[in-house]
Design a protein around this ligand. Structure first.
Ligand SMILES: [Zn+2]
Length: 254
């Protein structure tokens, strides 16, 4: 089990940690600042700094899986590989790292901050387009959100809506509700494709706005602390993916 430091503080860029497992699934630490792929948000990249100063490049981060293929509480750090189908375990063993070793885990902060800006923007889109979401992908270079709807959407109207919410300097706060509260308010879940981060009896929530509630939903991802930090994010494209799906693609303004 890995302590997920990014859950309480998305701005932590590094931590000291101890290696607890090394396998084909990747390298597991007792605690980490690396966010594993989930909820549509890409896994973090970065480096592990060894005691002798050497750096191991981490290309991606995933949740661990048990023999039945279910997610575990382990966060697996995947090393950069010499080629795409190279064995992960071999690459890790070649570093000389062993269980029990201390490392500094440091994320690629510039990349992560782009993911945070995009993720919070997808929640702003949920306010601007009050329809259910049936797909979501957040990468460092673009994000896309698929809405279950048949009406057309206007790219410029949505970009202006995002700019207005960014300029309004709304705080973004992490909270939690109980599983029972979520069950009593199923409309809080705006995604048909991403399951709320349940498991501990508490569900993590992201709220945008204080006096004026802009958006409130269960979410396990990393977010900026204020909408002003999003900066110049625009809608670059709207696609009709199917008769009942409109895809909104976000990018950074040039
Ligand atoms: Zn989210």
């Amino acid at each position: 089990m890995t302590q997920n430091l990014f859950r309480d503080d998305a701005y932590l860029t590094e931590c000291t940690a101890t290696v607890t497992a090394i396998s084909e699934q990747g390298l597991v630490l007792d605690r980490t600042v690396f966010y594993p792929l989930g909820g549509g948000q890409a896994g973090d990249a970065g480096v592990l700094v060894l005691a002798d100063g050497r750096e191991i490049v981490i290309a991606d981060t995933r949740k661990g899986k048990n023999a039945e293929g279910q997610f575990t509480e382990a966060v697996c750090h995947l090393p950069a590989l010499p080629h795409a189908d190279a064995p992960v375990l071999e690459a890790l063993l070649q570093t000389g790292l062993q269980v029990g070793d201390q490392v500094i885990a440091r994320i690629d902060w510039a990349r992560r901050h782009r993911l945070m800006r995009f993720h919070t923007t997808t929640h702003l889109l949920c306010h601007l387009v009050p329809q259910l979401v049936n797909g979501c992908s957040i990468t460092p270079d673009y994000a896309r959100l698929d809405f279950n709807m048949t009406d057309p959407l206007d790219k410029d109207v949505l970009s202006a809506g995002i700019a207005r919410l960014v300029a309004a300097v709304h705080p973004v706060t992490v909270g939690s509700i109980t599983d029972a509260e979520l069950d009593a308010n199923p409309a809080l879940v705006k995604s048909m494709s991403v399951q709320p981060p349940r498991g501990s009896g508490q569900v993590r929530t992201i709220r945008i706005g204080t006096e004026q509630m802009i958006d409130f939903q269960p979410c396990g991802g990393t977010h900026v602390a204020n909408t002003s930090e999003i900066g110049a994010v625009i809608v670059t494209k709207i696609e009709k993916k199917s008769a009942t799906t409109r895809r909104v693609v976000l990018g950074f303004a040039a």
